[in-house]
Design a protein around this ligand. Structure first.
Ligand code: ASP
Length: 359
């Protein structure tokens, strides 16, 4: 009986600390995430982008619109077929992105924008939401499929990110297709570079140069990074992004696309994200990871998280661009603060969405 007060205190602590509802704060991150459960709406799904920017209907010819839509459809269907047949989200993301890397329409692989020196330096990244394993490559000049190289870095090396010459040597050693750098050349992109360089020389005083370097890129829509997020039948999310970066980049500039957490992120417990836009702002905001983190820690939906990050945080800092994102239940979100974003998605029933402009 002498222990009665002690027993009372122990009971008080035990029951006093018991959560009163499911929504109580819980330091165990995993069980916190389960609070965020919504209904599974798609067993498998895929969402892609082909870049965001000043994409306006009045500047777009019918042929161009048809060409972009057709390529987006082709790409998203390649991934969808893989997922439908029980393939992995990793394979779906890689093959889908490769369709866009091989198309001169997009700023990735063939058709990549030019650096100030007139070269093409390619960046890509990939993340596996099951293992949180990731691979990335920056500034590679002769590997046909940068997304394939990013995946190889993840699967066949002990590193997450390789760059430049070393990345090419690794790619060669692993038997990836090596091309002459001229493979990436397109006249359209080369002319864009010339126009920007000309404008820099003639119109701008020294102080305005940095701002104008980006300004010209944005206003003239030198965008076209490609990205894909997929959820497979095993509940595994994968995300990937591939780009040539921004026109007229110099000094070995690297954008967000190969930065895990900025350009790409995937976590089976939350979502997968691929970004496109003004890379510096996406790095400073850790856009892709922030969306996942907001779902994880704030227990909010994918839609709310993408909106918070793009429409509020990114916009407040002055950044422009967007994301495609897909959560563990197959919810999908396109979110951007630019005039347009080339984008498409397909759900488990085969419903296809293809869009270019703001609705
Ligand atoms: N985010 C890319 C970069 O900054 C460009 C883009 O998405 O178009 O390199």
């Amino acid at each position: 009986m002498r222990n009665l007060p002690l027993i009372f205190i122990i009971l008080l602590i035990a029951f006093g600390c018991k959560p009163t509802s499911d929504k109580s704060y819980n330091t165990d991150i995993d069980s916190n995430i389960t609070i965020n459960q919504q209904e599974k709406i798609n067993d498998f799904a895929i969402i892609i982008h082909g870049g965001a920017g000043t994409i306006l209907k009045e500047n777009m010819s019918d042929e161009k619109e048809v060409a972009y839509s057709a390529k987006l459809e082709e790409a998203v269907k390649v991934g969808h077929t893989i997922l439908k047949n029980g393939g992995t989200s990793q394979e779906a993301v890689m093959k889908t992105i490769q369709v866009m890397e091989e198309s001169p329409l997009f700023n990735a692989g063939k058709g990549a924008v030019f650096t100030n020196e007139g070269t093409n330096e390619l960046d890509a990244s990939f993340m596996d939401g099951k293992t949180l394993n990731a691979g990335a490559v920056a500034g590679v000049t002769n590997v046909k499929s940068p997304i394939e190289l990013a995946i190889k870095i993840m699967t066949d090396s002990e590193h997450v990110m390789l760059s430049g010459k070393g990345a090419s040597i690794f790619a060669e050693e692993k038997g990836l297709e090596i091309v002459d750098p001229s493979y990436f050349y397109t006249e359209k992109r080369f002319k864009s570079l010339q126009r920007i360089i000309e404008r820099e020389k003639t119109e701008l005083d020294h102080n305005d140069k940095t701002a104008a370097f980006y300004d010209a890129d944005i206003k003239n829509a030198k965008f076209g990074t490609v990205g894909c997020v997929a959820l497979d039948k095993n509940g595994n999310i994968a995300a990937g992004t591939s780009t040539g970066g921004m026109t007229n980049k110099r000094w070995g500039r690297i954008g967000d696309a190969p930065i895990i957490g900025s350009g790409t992120y995937a976590n089976n417990k939350t979502c997968g994200v691929s970004s496109t836009g003004w890379g510096e702002y996406f790095i400073r905001n850790q856009v892709a990871y922030d969306i996942s983190a907001q779902m994880e820690y704030k227990n909010i939906s994918l839609k709310e998280a993408t909106k918070n990050v793009i429409q509020h945080k990114l916009t407040a800092l002055g950044g422009t661009g967007g994301v495609v994102a897909l959560d563990k239940n197959g919810n999908m979100s396109f979110e951007f603060n630019t005039a347009g974003m080339y984008r498409a998605s397909m759900d488990e029933k085969g419903n296809l969405v293809i869009k270019i402009y703001k609705e």
